[in-house]
Design a protein around this ligand. Structure first.
Ligand code: TYM
Length: 335
């Protein structure tokens, strides 16, 4: 039986942080052998907010290198850059014409980001989820492993499938219905400076996040300074201690222990004892990823060949789906 397909992506906006890694990429890696995987660097999404053209290409390469460094295995996965496969933009346009504007106006991430940008908010930012639907549906993905914050975008993708198939492909559906794959652990990594806010690339304070490529000294310093409380004894159970819950959760993942084991280990600890322990485990967990990243970034020819190969495989699948969508919509064939 053919394997189910997985598609996911990360934006090349600055460094990846722990949320991106634990909420998404780590889960891609854990399950990769079960699926046929497409992992893209979503550079078209990165220009929905003001961006610097001088670093866009380099950032895309860096994210692709991080995919490899985190353990994506080319025996199971294709890695490519979204803008290299033109079908993404084209299918997004087709979807634009069947997606009601009011489906997009209410999207949480749009509203949050739009507030920050005032009058200069772009059409592209509002359209972001439609492009994301195109990314997923071009590959007829069965599963989409993401963090919790992407749930609403996946609902929209599913609504687009229903609408397209209903309006234009009732007899033979063009698009497959994708399912989100959101694992409980790491689905919502919180900020180091406020345990009620998610860790985010757009937080102006770098102290609020741990980036995958942060040096051991910086990780130590960020954890030392991160927000905690005055209680002694650490536990997952108290909803009034969001920082405690978040930091214990991170410790469980990076030290490879269950939450139950961590709850027992830390129940009598104070922060002075716990923080160095967390920093040490975090540094040890990230060290091999950082080493592999440096290695991949030094071999540009290899990285380019990975991306070329990925693009070819992606394009073959994407072009076929796009052709079926255009046929269903009644377009003439190019002469
Ligand atoms: P991006 O780059 O903002 O985030 C990439 C992935 O990281 C997850 N994530 C988190 N998970 C847990 N805790 C956090 N604090 C946290 N912050 C971010 C996100 O859920 C995401 O999985 N829109 C997507 C990119 C995209 C995409 C797609 C994803 C474009 N097309 C198609 C899947 C399929 C995004 O949020 O990127």
């Amino acid at each position: 039986m053919a394997k189910q397909r997985v598609l996911s992506g990360v934006q090349p906006t600055g460094n990846l942080h722990l949320g991106n890694y634990l909420g998404a990429i780590r889960n891609w890696v854990v399950n990769q052998a079960e699926y046929e995987n497409f992992f893209c660097v979503v550079d078209l999404h990165a220009i929905t907010v003001p961006h610097d053209p001088k670093v866009l290409a380099e950032n895309s390469y860096a994210i692709a290198a991080l995919y490899l460094a985190c353990g994506i295995d080319l025996a199971h996965a294709n890695i490519f850059i979204q803008s290299h496969v033109r079908a993404h933009s084209e299918l997004a346009w087709l979807f634009n014409c069947i997606t009601p504007v009011n489906w997009l106006e209410g999207m949480i991430q749009f509203k949050e980001k739009a507030i920050k940008q005032g009058d200069s908010v772009s059409m592209g930012l509002m359209d972001y989820p439609v492009l994301m639907a195109a990314d997923i549906l071009l590959y007829q993905a069965d599963r989409v492993p993401v963090g919790e914050d992407q749930k609403q975008h996946l609902e929209l993708t599913r609504d687009i499938v229903t609408r397209f198939n209903h309006l234009f492909a009732a007899e033979q559906p063009v698009f497959k219905m994708p399912e989100p794959l959101i694992l409980a652990e790491g689905a919502r990594v919180m900020s180091l400076t406020d345990g009620t806010k998610k860790m985010s690339k757009s937080d102006p304070s770098d102290q609020s996040r741990i980036n995958i490529l942060d040096s051991p000294e910086l990780i130590q310093q960020k954890i030392k300074k991160c927000k905690t409380d005055t209680e002694r004894g650490l536990s997952f159970d108290n909803p009034d201690r969001p920082e405690c819950r978040n930091l214990l959760g991170l410790y469980a993942i990076v030290s490879g222990q269950t939450k139950e084991a961590v709850a027992i280990e830390c129940r009598e600890m104070g922060w002075g004892q716990f923080k160095p322990l967390l920093a040490e485990s975090m540094i040890a967990h990230l060290a091999p990823i950082q080493a592999k990243y440096q290695e991949v970034m030094l071999d540009r020819a290899y990285l380019e060949s990975v991306l070329r190969n990925g693009r070819e495989k992606a394009e073959a699948v994407a072009d076929e789906t796009l052709a079926a969508a255009k046929k269903a919509l009644g377009f003439s064939l190019p002469l």
